[in-house]
Design a protein around this ligand. Structure first.
Ligand code: ATP
Ligand code: MG
Length: 254
């Protein structure tokens, strides 16, 4: 099976405090990995290191075989110039807790903005694909609506369509449903479930244990900057070995 994401020995400190303590991770093409864990454990920081929104203090990230954020010069890694970093980031879809849609653009305009301005696709082609993507996330009839006219769940689905429009190699989700009213969570998880079934490579930081159990190929539990358990969802969620993982799961499952 082809490896899509590989991270080795990722270290990251903020103000002398270690937040990632040497994380190793490998995600196969088409795989869905859910990352769970207590607040402050480093989940968001890890995702941000994977797409070079944060620099790493040590370690290397590859996506589809390319080192992210750096180039190898002889034996040493040198940070890439911002333009090259942005080029790489285009291939990595990111969906955050807050939707970050452009408020002055309609749903459809939000979705086609990247393809037209960054990927230099023709407006006609981008629009045709944008309409399809909005349909795929259940918003075929809301393309003309502005973000202020959409519910939180709808906005998040537009944000997913917008990320997909860039044809990313992997989709990173950071608690995509945790800012939503409870009755809107399901519609976003349904879209993510469909993406997973369609073979999208996904790394999903979430508190939705049922989703992780159903949809993930593997679940990882991150505590204090390291992955304490990783494996198939049933093993990790039902029979964790690490005591910190056990106490975390006891808290969230009961
Ligand atoms: N830019 C930053 N500057 C300083 N400290 C930071 C920064 N970003 C994160 N941290 C710290 O790093 C630690 C890990 O944060 P991170 O956001 O990665 O945790 P998390 O697992 O995503 O938590 P949550 O479940 O609450 O989202 C926290 O103690 C946080 O305060
Ligand atoms: Mg977080």
């Amino acid at each position: 099976m082809k490896t899509m994401v590989k991270a080795i020995n990722i270290h990251k400190s903020f103000n002398g405090r270690e937040v990632l303590a040497g994380v190793d991770l490998e995600v196969a093409d088409g795989e869905v990995l859910c990352i769970l864990g207590p607040s402050g454990g480093g989940k968001s920081t890890l995702l941000r290191c994977l797409n070079h929104l944060e620099t790493v203090d040590d370690g290397v990230v590859w996506i589809d075989g390319s080192v992210i954020g750096y180039e190898l010069r002889g034996e040493t890694l040198r940070e890439l110039p911002p333009r090259k970093v942005r080029q790489q980031q285009r291939e990595i879809g990111m969906v955050f807790q807050h939707f970050n849609l452009f408020p002055h653009l309609t749903a459809l305009q939000n979705v086609i903005e990247g393809p037209v301005t960054v990927r230099k696709e023709s407006r006609a082609a981008a629009t045709a694909r944008g309409v399809e993507l909005l349909e795929a996330v259940g918003l075929g009839d809301r393309g003309a609506a502005y973000p202020s006219q959409l519910s939180g769940g709808q906005k998040q689905r537009v944000a997913i369509a917008r990320a997909l429009a860039m044809q990313p190699k992997v989709m990173l989700f950071d608690e995509p449903t945790s800012a939503l009213d409870p009755e809107l969570v399901g519609e976003v998880l349904d879209v993510m479930r469909r993406l997973a079934l369609a073979g999208t490579t996904m790394i999903v930081v979430t508190h939705e244990i049922a989703f992780a159990r159903d949809v993930a190929d593997r679940v990882a539990i991150m505590v204090d900057g390291s992955i304490r358990e990783i494996g198939n969802p049933d093993d990790v969620l039902s029979n964790p070995q690490d005591p910190r993982v056990r106490s975390f799961l006891n808290r969230v499952l009961n």
